[in-house]
Design a protein around this ligand. Structure first.
Ligand code: NAD
Length: 277
């Protein structure tokens, strides 16, 4: 897979990020090593992990096994909720880097806003410090609501590069996306396949048959054609490869409209960010 075939997005700090990456939530460390190596060999150049996933060590092993130059791989990890506050944030970054076996990550995210902790602004300022120290090339957030985004931006004057949120055809997040567009904050979709629940949807199935593609490939293409960054998860090498083979077709306006109609106010699968502590 050549660089030209794989789309990149430019973040608001000027850095480039692959638009399609591999997510490794719920993948045990040893399996994560295998999946990451398979992904890099298939052409992926972005991996999404988190301290709480317990597999940063395996991700690091997979990166080394694949032998792709460090400068060509975009590695994201996330700060867990028990590490908010300046000192704990700085320490958590060092701990993640040690487990990954890296001296920087490309992107470090605040995993959840934990609004009731009162530490959000202090934590965000520490994230910005990590960019100055060179330990994170870019910083961003995850599961932030509009008010959380506005709060950190107003106090620090620094916009997160992106907000990684639950987003899939049944939960399309149009209101949040509109505000993020205005703020210049990119949108990254987590659980992009609805944790697999969307793969049996008849509308998706019909579009997949029309294009001679699988349901997973159609949904990943929908994210890409919607301008979203997307990180589908699979630990099976064959599926990891299948999920990357999406650069040879496009959805038409009709397909996009049909998938658009799957959006539902009740489509959320994961927790509401306001309730996560
Ligand atoms: P997903 O929507 O990517 O679905 C993954 C599931 O779909 C797999 O477990 C498998 O059952 C199925 N699947 C994947 N590819 C398939 C294929 N080609 N054919 C058939 N079935 C297939 O779910 P996810 O893991 O929840 O989300 C993806 C990534 O998003 C995670 O790994 C993680 O990196 C990230 N994430 C972040 C947060 C957050 O709070 N920031 C929360 C959840 C997930």
């Amino acid at each position: 897979m050549t660089d030209a075939a794989q789309p990149y997005v430019t973040l608001n700090d000027g850095r480039r990020m692959p638009q399609l990456g591999l997510g490794v939530w719920q993948v045990p460390s040893a399996e994560a090593a295998v999946a990451v190596e398979a992904a890099l060999r298939a052409g992926y150049r972005a991996i999404d992990t988190a301290a709480i996933y317990g597999n940063e060590t395996g991700v690091g092993a997979g990166l080394r096994a694949a032998g792709v130059p460090r400068s060509e791989v975009f590695v994201t990890t996330k700060l867990w909720n028990d590490s908010h506050g300046r000192d704990r944030t700085l320490r958590a970054m060092d701990d993640s880097l040690a487990r990954l076996g890296l001296d920087y990550v490309d992107l470090y995210l605040i995993h959840w806003p934990v609004p009731k902790s009162g530490l959000l602004v202090e934590t965000w300022k520490a994230m910005v410090e990590l960019v100055r120290e060179g330990k994170a090339r870019s910083v961003g957030v995850s599961n932030f609501r509009i008010e959380d985004l506005r709060q950190i931006m107003e106090v620090s004057g620094v916009a997160p590069t992106l907000n990684q949120v639950e987003l899939h055809p049944r939960f399309q997040q149009h209101a949040l996306r509109a505000v993020q567009k205005e703020l210049g904050v990119a949108v990254e979709s987590w659980s992009p396949l609805g944790q697999g629940q969307l793969l049996g949807d008849p509308v998706i199935g019909a579009i997949a048959r029309k294009h001679g593609k699988t349901p997973a490939q159609v949904i990943i293409r929908w994210h890409l054609d919607s301008g979203l960054i997307v990180i589908p998860k699979s630990s099976r090498p064959a599926r990891v490869r299948e999920n990357f083979a999406v650069h040879d077709f496009r959805l038409d306006a009709n397909d996009m409209a049909e998938i658009g109609r799957l959006d539902s106010p009740h489509g959320r699968i994961g927790p509401d960010p306001a309730s996560v502590r």
